[in-house]
Design a protein around this ligand. Structure first.
Ligand SMILES: Nc1nc2c(ncn2[C@@H]2O[C@H](COP(=O)(O)OP(=O)(O)OP(=O)(O)O)[C@@H](O)[C@H]2O)c(=O)[nH]1
Length: 600
């Protein structure tokens, strides 16, 4: 395809503002799929993504669009995830595009995450076209929202297209605007091959499939290519595009986006952000890749049944083939046995991984409370990092302890500034900036990541009735007065229940934690004492009283099936439990620390 007839673009939108609906409309309009082939939201092709209605993996569809000028254009639409955990995937997709559509729900307004992604797009010199969606809704306020886009983001929005992705109103104009207002790609079709790997994933039938954007030259079937970072040569066995149906082609030309399969065994052989070139007479320069992603949240995952450990290891290595952000190493807990400490991008990523392991790999797992990475500076100045609270040594053994600080930007209507500020202060936040932007307020605040991991997101939603949105980035490590809060169950310290807390909050945390644990640990045949301790000092205590009688006693002599049902119900309840010493501890107890700050 002629460079002038290609448009590479993506849609930036906050969750639920209608990105997938609009993408589906594009596919329908350009005839990529027959009506009967349109299943709900074709771009979200992982069942968990579909169920949760969120998009995680960057995908691309190539659509042939006959414009009003009579010419056919190849529109390559890169999908981008909307959730804050996956913002790094957004910047990857952006790098393969010349333009972006900023879709904003006209009944809601601009949200923090789309502001952040929009800034990234503008920094990367993409042309951004604002679009007001959902104007079919009665409470849509396109004028107000257009004004907000100008105030908050600072791009011209008076002429923003007003559309309804749901009814199809205005969708044709959007496709026209993509052709007329977004620039075509640049590049040298006669140059040496340089292609950017935007994404790589593992397909059970095809092996590693990479999504690439050809920057210069062309990539063709049968060609020998070199992965620049590994220096390894591979032969291209198949390439093509998704329309969204998989269509094989003979070549991908300069400016085009498509998939390449070249007999690469695992995704580490085709790293995201890497450059593909020709094996004979290769180019010398690598393309600027992507920022490396660092997991920020860590948790221990342990099989409930110790015999599942090897299955767990296998499942993780398979899962990692499709999720290069996933990092893990074996962990041995005295309480929970053998498992893995896994690094995640954020809380949503953690939930998704856990859910996939349980659902797709049929594992029954116990997860410990998530923790962040701390820096410990020893007496001789050596810095080491720990991601497991149980590893924090006694205060006398180090000189300094530092925790990760993030910069968060919260966007909300005026009336919620008070409660949101109060919440941020409670979470040890330090206000950096406060800007009034039309009907919205943008609060910039520095906060310890550990506080955000706890339950900040849920609390923010509840104090602002869902109207505040936020996004954050890691800023630095900073000294803090932190202590390890241990939990003892019937006198035994349970390593998997340890957490790191600020000294000022340690007493309240300890007390709340004991109370929560008392609520979630089932009664046993004997009293269970729960204690919170800092070092050797017990700071709080609660007791789960012994069961007075056998739960099946009341069925005595009676209906056998009822008795069996009761036992089965108990067994079911047992699934997510771990025997620690003589006490059975349920999953909720390990996550009790997450809920301690919640007002009862
Ligand atoms: N009334 C109305 N509803 C719409 C419109 N566009 C999308 N919706 C609805 O809004 C909800 C969210 O739309 P999606 O397209 O799934 O949102 P999304 O931005 O793709 O969400 P993520 O995939 O999570 O990023 C769905 O229930 C849609 O049916 C519209 O123009 N009008």
């Amino acid at each position: 395809m002629n460079l002038a007839n290609i448009r590479n673009f993506c849609i930036i939108a906050h969750i639920d503002h209608g990105k997938s609906t609009l993408a589906d409309r594009f596919i329908q309009y350009t005839g990529g799929l027959e009506e009967r082939e349109m299943t709900a939201q074709v771009l979200d092709n992982n069942p968990i993504e579909r169920e949760r209605g969120i998009t995680i993996k960057a995908q691309a569809v190539s659509l042939d669009y006959k414009a009003r000028d009579g010419q056919v254009y190849q529109l390559n639409l890169m999908d981008t995830p909307g959730h804050v955990d996956f913002s790094y995937e957004v910047s990857r997709s952006l790098q393969a595009c010349e333009g972006a559509l900023l879709v904003v729900d006209a009944s809601q307004g601009v949200e923090a995450q789309s502001v952040a992604n929009c800034y990234t797009a503008l920094e990367m010199h993409l042309e951004v076209l604002p679009i007001l969606n959902k104007i079919d809704l009665q409470n849509a306020e396109p004028e107000r929202v257009a004004d907000e886009i100008e105030q908050v983001i600072g791009i011209e929005a008076t002429d923003a297209l007003r559309i309804s992705a749901k009814t199809g109103l205005g969708v044709a104009e959007v496709l026209e605007a993509v052709v007329l207002k977004l620039p075509p790609p640049k590049g040298d079709p006669a140059g040496k091959l340089q292609a950017l790997i935007v994404d790589s994933w593992f397909d059970n039938y095809l092996g590693v499939v990479s999504l690439v954007r050809v920057i210069n030259g062309r990539i063709q079937k049968g060609q020998k290519i070199k992965v620049m970072s590994t220096g390894k040569d591979h032969e291209v066995s198949m390439l093509g595009v998704h329309t969204p149906k998989r269509v094989f082609k003979d070549a991908l030309e300069t400016g085009e986006v498509g998939f390449v399969i070249a007999g690469i065994k695992d995704i580490f052989g085709a790293p995201v952000g890497d450059t593909l070139t020709q094996a004979i007479n290769p180019c010398t320069e690598m393309l600027p890749g992507f920022r490396k992603i660092q997991p920020r949240v860590f948790a221990g995952l342990f099989p409930v049944d110790a015999e599942d450990f090897e299955d767990f290891r296998d499942s993780l290595s398979k899962l990692r083939l499709n999720d290069s952000a996933l990092q893990y190493e074996p962990e041995n807990s005295t309480a929970l046995g053998f498992g893995f400490r896994i690094g995640f991008l954020g809380m949503l990523h953690m939930e998704i991984v856990q859910e996939r392991l349980e659902r797709e790999y049929n594992l029954n797992l116990i997860t410990t409370a998530p923790s962040v990475v701390y820096e410990i500076v020893s007496g001789d100045g050596e810095v080491r990092r720990i991601d497991n609270p149980a590893e924090l040594p006694d205060g006398s053994e180090f000189q300094d302890l530092r925790e990760p600080i993030i910069t968060a930007r919260v966007l909300m209507p005026h009336s919620y500034v008070g409660p949101v500020m109060q919440l941020c202060m409670e979470k040890r936040g330090v206000q950096k900036n406060l800007r009034y932007l039309g009907a919205q307020v943008q609060l910039e605040i520095e906060m310890p990541l550990a506080e955000v991991v706890l339950d900040f997101f849920d609390r923010l939603k509840s104090v602002s009735r869902g109207y505040a949105s936020f996004e954050y980035e890691f800023t630095r490590f900073q000294t803090a007065d932190l202590v390890r809060l241990d939990v003892l169950v019937n006198g035994d310290k349970v390593d998997a229940l340890a957490s790191i807390v600020h000294r000022d909050a340690s007493y309240t945390r300890g007390r709340d934690l004991c109370e929560r644990m008392q609520e979630v640990i089932h009664r046993q045949q004997f009293d269970v004492a729960i204690q919170a301790a800092i070092g050797a000092k017990i700071i709080s205590r609660s007791t789960v009283k012994a069961l007075r009688k056998d739960v099946t006693a009341k069925c005595y002599g009676g209906d056998v099936s009822r008795k069996r049902k009761l036992l089965e119900k108990q067994k079911e309840g047992k699934k997510r439990m771990k025997q620690v010493g003589s006490v059975e501890i349920p999953q909720e107890a390990f996550l009790a620390v997450l809920g301690v700050d919640r007002k009862k």
